[in-house]
Design a binder for this molecule. Structure first.
Ligand SMILES: [Zn+2]
Length: 283
């Protein structure tokens, strides 16, 4: 008995399923923002070092893996991290991967006025232009949510797509003021977010109730079973990883094993901008 209803989607070259590999290079921004909730929070520098593991060590290893496997990645980078690590960002760009907007300092857009959001995006676009020679056309909302006005601002500023929401396993056209637009959403899911599986810090505590570092084999099993489901239904499978989390040697080996498994299937590995273009032209 069929338990889910679905429309069979078309992907390029007769592929059965689309796969987007995305990496949020948050650096230490989330830890610095989180520490502001504590008196003298700037004293907590160990948490920052958790974040700095991303640009310091993990991104290079992820790039080497993607090169070796000839797979496209999509990297969402706060502009402050780009300011701090310009050569690394240029390297990501030169390897042919997408780089998208992820705030200046990983701000919570839901807390900002439309004017503040616009100013952060424009400031970040200038940093992108000066560092990697081009502005971002992809957006992933930092820290969880955006405000009612955000999508309209992104369209105004020339963005092509977002990968921020959680509400579909296919791309879709974002509805703004009741009108379906060309602005495409490619939703990642919590299930495929490595932070939710492995993210941990003792203080400030993450997760706030503590007790989480999932077993690597269990996470591999979750990811693989989700992929099998997406593949069976021909959907758009989005992996959401953070270099500071997925980049440890054992976890990265797990991701490589997962990608080897996925690669044995008839899938279309694509960047966010490629998926958005395909969707806009075909749906
Ligand atoms: Zn982030």
């Amino acid at each position: 008995m069929q338990t889910r209803t679905f429309e069979k989607l078309k992907w390029p070259n007769g592929a059965q399923c689309a796969v987007m590999l995305s990496f949020d290079v948050d650096g230490d921004t989330i830890w610095k923002n989180g520490a502001k909730a504590y008196p003298d929070g700037e004293r907590y520098i160990r948490a920052n070092s958790v974040g700095n593991y991303g640009p310091k060590r993990a991104v290079e290893n992820i790039l080497a893996m993607l090169d070796d496997m000839k797979l496209p990645g999509t990297f969402f980078i706060p502009a402050k991290v780009m300011e701090d690590h310009p050569q690394l960002c240029r390297k990501i760009m030169e390897r042919g991967h997408d780089i998208g907007h992820h705030g200046y300092h990983h701000e919570r857009y839901v807390d900002l006025s439309p004017e503040e959001q616009r100013a952060i995006i424009q400031k970040s676009q200038n940093i992108f232009k000066n560092t990697i020679g081009r502005e971002a056309i992809g957006y992933r909302t930092p820290s969880g949510d955006w405000s009612r006005e955000t999508a309209g601002i992104l369209v105004d500023l020339g963005f092509s797509y977002s990968s921020s929401m959680r509400g579909d396993d296919r791309p879709y056209r974002t509805v703004i003021d009741g009108v379906e637009t060309d602005f495409i959403e490619i939703s990642p899911k919590w299930d495929m977010d490595d932070f939710v599986q492995f993210g941990y810090n003792m203080f400030p505590p993450e997760p706030s109730g503590q007790d989480r570092i999932a077993g690597i084999e269990q996470v591999y099993d979750n990811y693989r079973r989700e992929f099998d489901g997406y593949y069976a239904e021909g959907l758009c499978f989005v992996i959401l990883c953070h270099p500071q989390i997925i980049g440890s040697p054992g976890r990265l080996a797990m991701l490589r094993r997962l990608l080897c498994y996925i690669r044995e299937h008839n899938v279309w590995f694509a960047s966010g901008s490629q998926i958005a273009d395909w969707w806009r032209q075909n749906y």
